[in-house]
Design a protein around this ligand. Structure first.
Ligand SMILES: C[S@@+](CC[C@H](N)C(=O)[O-])C[C@H]1O[C@@H](n2cnc3c(N)ncnc32)[C@H](O)[C@@H]1O
Length: 454
């Protein structure tokens, strides 16, 4: 499988060439095309072994660690973390995501941003904020739409803000979005660790935390970001909820460090604070970092205006054990060779809704298939096909559409969830920065209701 960019009319096409139908296992999109794992040299293995050593020393010093701490260390440890060191996306990586599959996906996100900006009364400043932008493909497709619809956006001072923990991926994003037009900040104390100008001429900055993003009307986007945040795991027992921990396996042969899951014999602070008394499930995963982030977004939406769109695989408080690893497009034992594989858990949207509380209006989750259909994916596909004579490019467009929309592939498993300012839906007459539209019904929220595009 390889990824190509071709020109189809005015639009670049980014799509998978492989005709193989990727099977859906329980997690990230997995393709049938397995690469020879790229972590094969002894030099490249060193960081991973040091991750296992680091974890076992920690456990020896302080006892078993929570699954959340394990996940945080493995993924985002500043020296050896999986995300910090690798570009893991795409055919040559460990998994593939929707923005890497079809340009249409990002284009429809772009339309969503513009639609929410218009519904807010076209405020003068528009900050596009993306969390965990991967290779920058989603932002790149959005910015192309912004550029093509610049007459609609005229008058808006647009800026782009990326929240990214990985220096390696920040570099890849900078290359994709600015060419060579970005600089790493001279001082560690700067809120932005990199700044530049996008190929479409907009100011762009990179941050490690959402708190560092300047205040102002913002459209926040997170695609396959919340699933990478650490989860605690809890098991219901006869004595109540107990936390699942990661420990060293004493049964491993001498000199070999191996990890295993254990259950704490008594309640932990986390099991007391993060489980619900009326929970019916026997096993739950809770992502407090995700909850805090949703609260931060909700507060910003209330105070400065804007909206958030969160898309991820997930459930509405129904699933139990979803923690899993991916390496070379295959499922991977989460405790084996830590740092060599991506770790992920389904997003519990019912928990995010609970954490947002009454601050904002939550919409969804709705399936990717429904969201993209409501956004007009069929119309967009037809437009691209009409302007494209090349048979193989046409086939790629159709194949990408099928991957995104087919209920057996990504169509049902991925969910869309939005946070909106209450004013967005209830009151057409609103305050500062918004045009007064007394007596008019609020605009429908794109994706969550049909736009009437045919
Ligand atoms: C699964 S990838 C998704 C990439 C991209 N959104 C896509 O759909 O192709 C997760 C992204 O989130 C970033 N990330 C993971 N944990 C993070 C954290 N705690 N803070 C900021 N970025 C994080 C990773 O470096 C990566 O860019």
């Amino acid at each position: 499988m390889r990824v190509c960019r071709r020109v189809c009319g005015l639009h670049s096409v980014r799509i998978l060439l492989s005709p193989s139908v990727a099977p859906r296992l329980c997690g990230r999109w997995i393709s049938q095309l397995h690469r020879i794992c790229s972590y094969s040299t002894s030099q490249e293995q060193a960081p991973r072994h040091s991750m296992l050593r680091h974890l076992t020393s920690k456990i020896k010093a302080t006892g078993p660690i929570s699954v959340a701490e394990y996940m945080r260390e493995v993924l985002t440890n500043p020296v050896t973390g999986y995300y910090v060191k690798n570009d893991m996306l795409g055919a040559d990586g460990d998994f593939i995501t929707s923005p890497e599959i079809s340009q249409i996906f990002g284009e429809l996100f772009g339309i969503w941003c513009i639609s929410e900006w218009m519904a807010a009364g076209k405020p003068k400043d528009l900050q596009l904020v993306e969390f965990g932008p991967g290779r920058g493909s989603l932002a790149s497709d959005i910015l192309r739409v912004f550029s093509q619809l610049k007459t609609v956006l005229s008058g808006a001072a647009i800026s782009v803000h990326l929240v990214e923990v990985s220096p390696k991926l920040s570099q890849v994003q900078a290359q994709c979005l600015t060419g060579d037009q970005s600089q790493v900040s001279a001082s560690e104390n700067e809120p932005a660790h990199r700044t530049g100008t996008t190929s479409t001429g907009l100011p762009i900055s990179w941050y490690r935390r959402v708190d560092d993003v300047p205040k102002g009307f913002s459209i926040f986007l997170a695609h396959e970001f919340f699933d990478a945040l650490p989860v605690h795991k809890f098991q219901k027992t006869e004595k109540g909820w107990r936390e699942v921990m990661v420990d060293i396996d004493p049964a491993a042969p001498d000199g070999v460090d191996k990890l295993r899951f254990v259950l704490l014999p008594s309640p932990s602070l986390a099991s007391a604070a993060l489980t619900q008394v009326d929970e019916k499930r026997q096993h739950v995963e809770v992502c407090p970092e995700g909850g805090i982030m949703v609260q931060q977004l909700a507060n910003r939406i209330v105070e400065q205006g804007g909206a958030a769109l969160i898309a991820d695989y997930g459930h509405d408080g129904t699933k139990t054990d979803t923690f899993r690893g991916f390496r070379g497009h295959k499922l991977h034992d989460v405790l084996a060779d830590p740092g060599a594989a991506d770790l992920t858990a389904d997003v519990d949207f019912s928990y995010l809704r609970r954490m947002a509380g009454d601050l904002v209006t939550c919409m969804g989750p709705v399936s990717q298939r429904v969201f993209l259909k409501n956004m007009g994916i069929d119309t967009r596909l037809q437009v691209l096909l009409r302007s494209c004579a090349d048979q193989s490019t046409r086939a790629q467009l159709i194949q990408g559409y099928d991957m995104l929309m087919n209920p057996q592939k990504m169509g049902e498993r991925f969910q869309f969830f939005a946070l909106l300012n209450h004013r967005r839906l209830v009151s057409p007459e609103v305050g500062e920065g918004m045009k007064k539209r007394r007596g008019m019904a609020p605009l429908p929220v794109a994706g969550f209701s049909e736009l009437g595009l045919k």
